[in-house]
Design a protein around this ligand. Structure first.
Ligand SMILES: Nc1nc2c(c(=O)[nH]1)N[C@H]1C(S)=C(S)[C@@H](COP(=O)(O)OP(=O)(O)OC[C@H]3O[C@@H](n4cnc5c(=O)[nH]c(N)nc54)[C@H](O)[C@@H]3O)O[C@H]1N2
Ligand SMILES: Nc1nc2c(c(=O)[nH]1)N[C@H]1C(S)=C(S)[C@@H](COP(=O)(O)OP(=O)(O)OC[C@H]3O[C@@H](n4cnc5c(=O)[nH]c(N)nc54)[C@H](O)[C@@H]3O)O[C@H]1N2
Ligand code: SF4
Ligand SMILES: [Mo]
Length: 743
């Protein structure tokens, strides 16, 4: 069962007697409030509970929701400002059609005209070039209901195989690794296990900035005396409090994990009973690390051998331990290898299926977990089923009321869809909740691709940079304008409640898709009266899959403040901790070790490109920035991308903090201010990727993908960094007009 919400007394014991006292001026501080709606944050995969204040069909503020057990009222800077989006003047209020003569390049049009045009273009392109020439890209900020609907819509209404989602750029290496090793793709533990761990090992996750609420779980473990290991090329804020810091060179994590397994074996820090009873493949995994000594790994990773041995000792001798990893080890051409190598360490020491034990990815996007379960991946059907498996297809066809043969087969993953657009195999695109022009690697290539489309339509609530290349833009719904469910990084299904209705002529996303399906003549397959009916169908379609929601209902989710899947039958209490008793989700119940030899990244440094660029995030901006770049207080915190570099590197190229530098890769170059910090490896620079155009880090990144997960290598690009314009060039960043407009 989920941990019950804290009682008032427990809350007061934890946070002090002032907890429920209104701040000076009262909770509403002069604003009029009609009602307060309990819901969740629209941003990251932590899915913090929040209460939104509503006046006159507008969200006017928020209150902490102390009783929600995950975050107990805590929120990060993005969570407390999210309510400002709905009233932003850029909010799309009407369907729009490209018109070069109109101001801004678009003119307002009617829903009827816009949707008839969309349907006519889908029909034309599919008649001329085949069904799969019209593709769809989707995103996992969408609720479970919308993710499920998109999967069914693309397969049965568009009848295209080519649907994929933005988790392809996010969590897919972890998902692929989890399925291979553990047979199921979900965090093995609820977050309440973190404080029970004696060792917490954070690998490639900037927890304090990207999953701020997780920091408090880690601190609770530390309050009990747990040791903290952080593995990152940067001394990220969490690393400043770590007991052991592993300053790994980008792209070399599998060498580090391999050396740790090598030491565990050599020193006998293994759980043989667990390995024998609950796993297969140990010998092959052990053989692969036979030569991976700490000294060998020290050369490759840049982490001293003694620190690698110490990490192995702490992990191997601790009774309990949790490893948390995120994009730092996953966004690589060997992202799956890295995840498998991390899981090997958990299996070798028996750290699964027990309180305070587990190796877990931290889910990124709001519904990054649910969004990777319900069938809008190119190879997936609901319940995290396999679209190529005849039994899985038959099970879903029975719920959809169609022939199994009506469901198209496996389609292209997201980056391949962009490449197929570029080379003319795909001619039409519908995208919802995805801004590839900012978030896909090699932005110049992505722009060329979008401009080659014969027809492009976008469902969004802001005119994203990608939408600016569309022929028709359909105004969809903000998080607070629709209801549904989402599944947090813990595997906890939670209820999103609508606070307001969509403004102007904007519509709920699901209603737009259902309308298009109806106009395509497939209305009978999409006859939902409300979102709850979509959820009920999703639960039926998931029955018997690994991501089994059978026993979930909206009412239960609300009443129990979340339910952990699998919930295989009505009344089932849910499953906060997976693998208890050493049972894994493969048919034989055993987990798989995998041999992981070390492979270099797709790009390695050379004389022309001697430095490693890694990209990622800052606390105040979110993803492609379409939402957070419109919130002034967040923009003020970090207004433009900066190139983080070590003082030794800055000295070498002759710049000081704030000077402009030009960073060049094999694909492009950008000029931005240097941010000189001692908290980064001297051979590595870091640029956050939340900005478009000339400020986009993805001008530089590489399209090479992981062979299994098809995840692009966002974390390793070979670059050179020079003082912009040579010596004596301008150092005043205002000259470049880098500051983004914001509300
Ligand atoms: N503020 C904020 N929070 C967010 C988001 C956001 O955009 N902004 N996005 C959400 C989403 S969708 C996601 S996916 C998550 C991402 O969350 P994280 O994965 O924590 O974020 P990143 O900044 O992409 O990368 C994490 C760390 O990986 C390190 N790193 C880079 N290369 C390597 C490497 O080769 N090995 C190792 N070990 N580390 C490396 C970087 O220095 C960085 O500190 O955050 C979620 N939360
Ligand atoms: N260089 C580099 N690139 C990266 C990464 C990196 O670390 N480095 N990280 C990658 C990762 S982890 C991720 S998750 C991707 C994210 O990449 P994207 O998914 O492209 O980023 P978002 O900003 O979430 O874009 C989503 C779009 O959907 C809209 N949107 C949000 N919610 C909704 C909704 O409910 N309905 C509708 N209709 N629209 C909605 C937003 O306004 C926005 O325009 O970026 C990836 N790209
Ligand atoms: S930690 Fe994530 S879910 Fe919580 S408030 Fe911040 S962005 Fe929102
Ligand atoms: Mo992500």
């Amino acid at each position: 069962m989920a941990r019950p919400p804290l009682t008032d007394d427990e809350l007061i014991a934890r946070y002090g007697p002032h907890l429920n006292e209104a701040p000076p001026g009262g909770w509403n501080a002069g604003i009029e409030v009609d009602r307060v709606v309990k819901t969740h944050c629209c941003f990251c995969g932590q899915q913090c509970g929040i209460k939104l204040k509503v006046h006159d069909n507008a969200v006017v503020g928020f209150e902490p929701w102390y009783e929600f057990p995950f975050n107990e009222g805590k929120l990060c800077p993005k969570g407390v400002k999210r309510y400002l989006q709905g009233s932003h003047p850029d909010r799309l209020l009407h369907p729009m059609e490209r018109d070069p003569a109109a101001p801004g390049g678009f003119r307002q049009t009617s829903w009827d005209h816009a949707l008839e045009r969309v349907v006519a273009e889908i029909r034309r392109i599919q008649a001329e070039h085949g069904d799969d020439a019209f593709a769809m890209l989707s995103g996992v900020s969408l609720t479970n209901e919308k993710s499920y609907l998109v999967g069914k819509f693309a397969r049965l209404a568009l009848h295209t195989a080519n649907l994929d989602y933005n988790g392809r750029f996010c969590m897919v290496s972890a998902g692929t690794g989890n399925k291979k090793a553990l047979g199921i793709d979900r965090a093995p533990n609820p977050w309440s296990d973190i404080p029970l761990a004696d060792v917490v090992w954070v690998a490639g996750a900037n927890v304090a900035e990207t999953f701020p609420i997780t920091t408090s779980y880690i601190w609770r473990a530390r309050d009990r005396g747990a040791k903290l290991i952080v593995q990152d090329p940067r001394v990220v804020p969490l690393a400043r409090t770590a007991d052991l810091f592993l300053p790994v060179r980008p792209g070399t994590d599998s060498a580090l994990f391999g050396a740790v397994l090598h030491v565990l074996i050599e020193r006998g820090w293994l759980d043989h009973e667990f390995i024998d009873a609950h796993t297969v493949g140990f010998d092959e995994a052990a053989a692969a690390v036979a030569d991976m000594t700490p000294a060998w790994a020290a050369d490759i990773t840049g982490v001293p051998a003694a620190r690698i041995e110490e990490a192995a000792e702490w992990w191997g001798t601790a009774a309990t331990g949790m490893m948390l990893h995120a994009r730092g080890i996953e966004q690589h051409t060997k992202g799956v290898d890295n995840v498998l190598a991390a899981i090997n360490l958990g299996l070798a020491t028996g750290k699964f299926g027990k309180p305070g034990c587990g190796v877990s990815t931290i889910t990124g996007q709001g519904n990054g977990q649910g969004g990777r379960e319900h069938g809008h991946k190119c190879d997936q059907l609901p319940g995290n089923r396999d679209i190529s498996n005849p039994d899985h297809r038959a099970a879903v066809a029975a719920v959809w009321g169609c022939d199994e043969a009506d469901i198209p087969g496996k389609g292209m993953p997201a980056e391949e869809i962009i490449e197929a657009i570029h080379d003319g195999r795909i001619k039409g695109l519908l995208s919802i909740c995805f801004n590839p022009l900012v978030s896909a690697p090699d932005a110049n290539f992505t722009r060329e691709a979008l401009d080659k489309l014969e027809f492009y339509t976008v469902i969004d609530f802001f005119l994203s940079e990608s939408a600016q290349h569309a022929d028709v833009v359909l105004p969809g719904s903000l998080h607070e304008e629709d209801e549904g469910t989402s599944t947090s990084g813990e595997g906890r299904i939670i209820k999103i409640n609508a606070a307001v209705t969509p403004p102007g002529e904007a519509r709920r996303d699901w209603e737009i898709l259902v309308d298009i399906a109806r106009r395509l003549g497939k209305g009978d397959l999409f006859s939902y009266a409300n979102t709850e009916q979509i959820f009920d169908e999703l639960c039926r379609a998931s029955h018997g899959g690994t991501a089994d929601y059978t026993g979930a209902t909206w009412q239960r989710i609300e009443d129990e403040m979340g339910l952990f899947w699998p919930i295989p039958e009505p009344g089932h209490p849910g499953t906060p901790r997976l693998h208890e008793g050493g049972r894994f989700a493969h048919p034989d119940g055993k987990a798989r070790f995998h041999p992981v030899p070390f492979k270099p990244s797709a790009e390695v440094v050379d004389d022309d490109y001697p430095l490693l660029l890694t990209t990622g995030r800052v606390v105040s901006q979110y993803l492609s920035g379409t939402q957070t770049r419109r919130i002034a207080a967040l923009v003020a915190q970090y207004p433009r991308p900066l190139c983080e570099m070590h003082p030794r590197l800055a000295d070498t190229i002759g710049v000081v903090d704030g000077d402009l530098v030009t960073v060049t890769s094999r694909r492009g170059s950008m000029t931005l201010p240097a941010h000189v910090v001692t908290t980064i490896r001297p051979d590595t620079v870091f640029i956050p990727y939340h900005w478009p155009g000339a400020q986009a880090a993805n001008q530089l990144t590489n399209r090479a993908v992981d062979p299994l997960a098809k995840m692009p290598e966002f974390k390793v690009t070979a670059v050179r960094v020079e003082r912009a314009g040579g010596r004596g060039a301008t150092t005043d960043t205002r000259d470049l007009g880098l500051h983004e407009a914001s509300s």
